[in-house]
Write a protein that binds this ligand. Structure first.
Ligand code: PMV
Length: 355
């Protein structure tokens, strides 16, 4: 895909920071090469971010070598192995990687053991670094649109949902015939004109029901979708929900938007429970919180909805204009149900940043 050409700058440093994202329409089930069974929609967070710095030398006389990998200033051999595997995979697109000598250091602002998946942030930051290396090494400048599309494609090969972390705003990954430019290979940003300003400052308060490592990984969960009895219906549901949520986003319709995101969250967990073997990632306090949120909404008429990742923690989604009322409710009713009263205040972020 990318020609090696001459290595004009065979030595250098690249540095990016990139955020986690929360899916509102869930990607669940995949085909080989990390291609999604259905389209998904998400937005990036502001505070859950990973920065990655790569120092490199391209030496045609040597095979690729990861000379060190540090996470928060400590060597991390387990993660180094994953990165090695990923870089090896990317070397079919970036031939210079076959001879790269790399030192990688990363810093995570993820709250310690909060049970939030960091792989989307990590792989998107890595992909952005490799795309920047390509520019530096060949002394070229790629137009922004093409650069981020390529970074999204590369991030997908590390972790599917990572391809959605390279854009700000509302992001769609997966081909649908009603969305121009959508693709299974990379994500696209929904044009600002398609999103009402009521969604521009969306809040995500993360309530930690449990920070334990989950018993069934997302990879295993995706695999269970292949023989899932509801697979075809799920695909149809996701396409349908994506179509509806784009209308809700355009019209500024919080009620319709909220009903769809809760339906997606509970559908995702229903698919896990009805897999073979089935499993449960929600905890009793997840359910208690979900019920309290629904009662609070009914009593106050406020726009406050929840979503769930592949884990037990509740993401409370609401507009910034209601922050005060919602935070009072969070502190009095929900925080007592959290593990060690732990919760994280986050919101929609501005996407990745080159450092
Ligand atoms: O990208 P993965 O393989 O970690 O899968 C992520 C799956 C969900 O978080 C449950 C949904 C999503 O779209 O992010």
């Amino acid at each position: 895909m990318i020609e090696p050409g001459k290595y004009l700058n065979p030595e250098g440093i690249v540095h990016w920071k990139s955020p986690a994202n929360i899916a509102l329409i869930k990607y669940w089930g995949k085909y080989p090469e990390q291609l999604p069974m259905n389209p998904s929609l998400s937005f990036v967070l502001n505070n859950s971010v990973i920065s990655i710095k790569i120092e490199y030398v391209i030496d045609k006389g040597k095979p690729m070598q990861l000379l060190g990998f540090q996470l928060n200033e400590k060597e991390n051999p387990a993660f180094a192995e994953k990165i090695n595997h990923y870089l090896d995979r990317l070397s079919q697109y970036f031939l210079f990687l076959k001879h790269a000598q790399l030192k990688i250091s990363s810093k995570s602002t993820f709250p310690h053991s909060a049970g939030i998946a960091s792989s989307a942030a990590a792989f998107s930051a890595l992909a952005l670094c490799i795309c920047s290396m390509d520019e530096q090494i060949h002394d070229k400048k790629t137009p922004a649109l093409e650069f981020f599309k390529k970074a999204s494609f590369m991030a997908r090969l590390g972790s599917g949902s990572a391809c959605r972390s390279v854009f700000d705003g509302m992001v769609v990954w997966g081909f649908t015939n009603f969305m121009p430019g959508s693709a299974d290979e990379y994500a696209i940003k929904l044009p600002g004109s398609m999103v009402h300003k009521t969604f521009s400052n969306i809040q995500d308060t993360i309530l930690i029901a449990s920070s334990e490592t989950k018993k069934v990984s997302s990879s295993a969960g995706h695999a269970l979708m292949h023989n899932h009895p509801y697979r075809e219906n799920r695909k149809e549901q996701a396409f349908d929900n994506l179509k509806k949520i784009t209308h809700a986003l355009g019209e500024g319709n919080w009620k319709m938007f909220g009903e769809i995101i809760e339906n997606e969250a509970l559908s995702l967990h229903s698919l896990m429970m009805s897999s073979n073997p089935g499993y449960i990632l929600m905890r009793p306090n997840t359910i208690s919180m979900a019920e309290k949120i629904r009662s609070f909404r009914k009593d106050t008429g406020l726009n406050v909805y929840f979503t769930l990742d592949a884990g037990p923690n509740i993401h409370l989604i609401y507009p910034a204009t209601q922050k005060e009322e919602v935070q009072n409710f969070v502190e009095s009713e929900l925080v007592p149900l959290c593990e060690n009263q732990k919760w994280i205040d986050d919101q929609m972020g501005n996407g990745p940043e080159k450092i």
